[in-house]
Structures are given as structure tokens and as C-alpha cells.
Design a protein around this ligand. Structure first.
Ligand SMILES: Cc1cc2nc3c(=O)[nH]c(=O)nc-3n(C[C@H](O)[C@H](O)[C@H](O)COP(=O)(O)O)c2cc1C
Length: 217
């Protein structure tokens, strides 16, 4: 039989109160989560970091404006902020301004070509065998690739233009670059990145393809 409130034992009243408060708590948390999700959805369209990722594109033509070492240091800090396996950071970055070497590289590496000389500065991203993981040294490729992408994104954020010019795993390109810049034998060049001020507006490619995704729900 249903008792009125005054007749209920104190422990039942307490239990009911706790149940009601828990239900209110869950409702508040759930509604604030969905609010946060909604806000995140809105933010993703206008978020400055996301926009920087979506507008990065390879830039191959540059003005003659120079790039100072302050900007180069920002690019290198961004590169070194990349994730690496076991935080090994197995890299060395070469900042190449020497025009004589760049001319030789431009001639010997047609895939990079005159981009190396028309840009303001080149950065060579190298794996460093002394810092690679003993058991899984091959992670250096992912690690240095992550650093390269960070560098390209930072360049875009600074209004600079850059392009990843592949060296490794093409052994001919590796040896050519090694000889021209007299590379330390512990270093393996992954890529060379010419960086300059873009000479024309960026042409952004739309690469979004929903069919590239498998949803497992
Ligand atoms: C591993 C790798 C190697 C690349 N090598 C070259 C290269 O040698 N020369 C070049 O002009 N671009 C090179 N690129 C740039 C690609 O051509 C470019 O990223 C691609 O066409 C997509 O264009 P986007 O960067 O403007 O989005 C390379 C990119 C990657 C990731």
C-alpha cells in the first residue's frame, strides 16, 4: 500500500532524494555534452588551426623576398613538435642557404629543380641513425614525415609557400644529395623543402572523398 510522505522511513526518503539528484545530474551533463558537441561542430568550420590545415597546398613559385632566421626557427620548432615513436625525435634538419650547393642540387634533382634556387631557403629533413630506435629504426620515416608536415603547415600559417620534394627512398636521389651537401654519413635525407614567399594566390585542391572512409559503428 502506498504510504504518504510523512509516514515514509527516513532512509527511503534519502534514497529517493539521491535517485532524483542523480537523475538531474545525468540530465545536466548529457545536455551540456551535446551543447559542447554542437559548439565543436560550429567551431570546426571557422577554427583557425583547421583552416590552416585545409588551405595548405604545395607552393612551387616564389618572389625574391628573403626569409629571416626568426621565421626559419618557427618552422623548425613546429617540425620538432611532431609526434615520434617512443619520443625518439630521430632527426636532424639542415638549413641550406648556400646558393652554390642549391644550384648543384637543382641540376642533379629534377624533381626539385629550380624551386631550390628560386626559393628563399631550403630545409633538408634527415633521419639521424644515432637517434633511431634500436629495435625499430624504420619508424624514422613516419617520424620525419610528421615533422615535415608540421613544417609545411607552419609555413602556410606564416603566409609562406613550401613544397615537400621527395628524396628517400629513391637511393639515387639520396646519394646525389649526400654527395653535393657532403652529408654526415649518419644522416638519411627524407626530403628537401624549398620555402619562399608565394608569387601567386594558392590553388587549394579539394581532396575530400567520403568513399575513402569505412565507418565501423
Ligand atoms: C612523399 C612526397 C614526395 C613529394 N615529392 C615531390 C617532388 O619531388 N616534387 C614536387 O614538386 N612535389 C612533390 N611532392 C608534393 C606533391 O606533389 C603534392 O603534395 C601533391 O601533388 C598534392 O598537392 P598539395 O600538396 O598541393 O595538396 C611530394 C609530396 C610527398 C608527400
Amino acid at each position: 500500500m502506498q504510504k504518504n510522505f510523512a509516514e515514509m522511513p527516513k532512509y527511503i526518503i534519502m534514497r529517493n532524494l539521491i535517485t532524483i539528484m542523480a537523475a538531474i545530474g545525468i540530465a545536466v551533463v548529457t545536455s551540456s555534452c551535446s551543447e559542447t558537441e554542437k559548439q565543436n561542430d560550429k567551431m570546426s568550420d571557422s577554427n583557425i588551426a583547421i583552416e590552416n590545415i585545409m588551405t595548405r597546398t604545395s607552393v612551387r613559385e616564389y618572389t625574391s623576398e628573403p626569409i629571416g632566421n626568426d621565421s626559419v626557427m618557427i618552422l623548425l620548432k613546429a617540425a620538432m613538435a611532431a609526434p615520434t615513436a617512443v619520443n625518439s625525435q630521430p632527426w636532424t634538419f639542415i638549413v641550406l642557404r648556400d646558393m652554390e650547393k642549391r644550384e648543384k642540387l637543382a641540376e642533379a634533382l629534377p624533381n626539385a629543380g629550380t624551386k631550390l634556387t628560386s626559393s628563399a631557403v631550403n630545409i633538408i629533413v634527415c633521419g639521424d641513425t644515432r637517434k633511431m630506435l634500436e629495435r625499430e629504426p624504420e619508424y624514422w620515416i613516419q617520424d620525419c614525415s610528421a615533422a615535415t608536415e608540421n613544417l609545411l603547415l607552419a609555413a602556410n600559417a606564416l603566409g609562406l609557400g613550401a613544397v615537400w620534394c621527395g628524396i628517400y627512398p629513391n637511393s639515387e636521389r639520396v646519394e646525389t644529395l649526400r654527395n653535393i651537401v657532403n652529408l654526415d654519413p649518419n644522416l638519411i635525407p627524407l626530403c628537401i623543402i624549398p620555402i619562399g614567399h608565394p608569387s601567386k594566390p594558392r590553388e587549394i585542391k579539394d581532396k575530400w572523398k567520403k568513399e575513402n572512409i569505412i565507418f565501423m559503428e
